[in-house]
Design a protein around this ligand. Sequence first.
Ligand SMILES: [Zn+2]
Ligand SMILES: [Zn+2]
Length: 180
Amino acid sequence: MPFVKGQKAWNKGKQLTKAHREALRSGHSKEPLPVFLAHVQNTGEGCWEWDHSRLNNGYGKFGAGKKQYLAHRYAWELFRGPIPEDMQIDHLCRNRGCVNPDHMRVVTLKENVLAGIGITALNAKKTHCPQGHPYDAENTYRGVKGERKCRECNKIYLRQRDARKREERLNDPTSVPNDP
Ligand SMILES: [Zn+2]
Ligand SMILES: [Zn+2]
């Protein structure tokens, strides 16, 4: 069955491609590597295009035994070893259908979001705070989650808070005034 991009072959009752069947017949049923590689178009320097079923988001899908795996993650584990639970695979080549381990790196979720075009990445590209103060070296500090914060806004906030406290003290008959 020829590979058609975006087609969910595994959903159509024909789970095994010809290459897969041949690999199984040749006695490789216990060896995931040759079965896996039978689904790879080119194993040179460039992208290793996954020519078997894919998810709608473009990632390859690979069934080994009774389990389904993301093909690129499976490739990493085959060639490099286990992926720590809190880590993700980032495609350096930006080709989700690529299963070449040389084109991947293991990153934290945060690094992966920054590498992509998530909201975090868009925020990182912003040059000014919501009030229009610049996110430059002088005016920027980091919050507990590593997010950028505006010193100018923080100064304004602290000034207002102090003013509010002063006012509360003045209106509180039990408080002792600081100033004579
Ligand atoms: Zn690639
Ligand atoms: Zn600001």
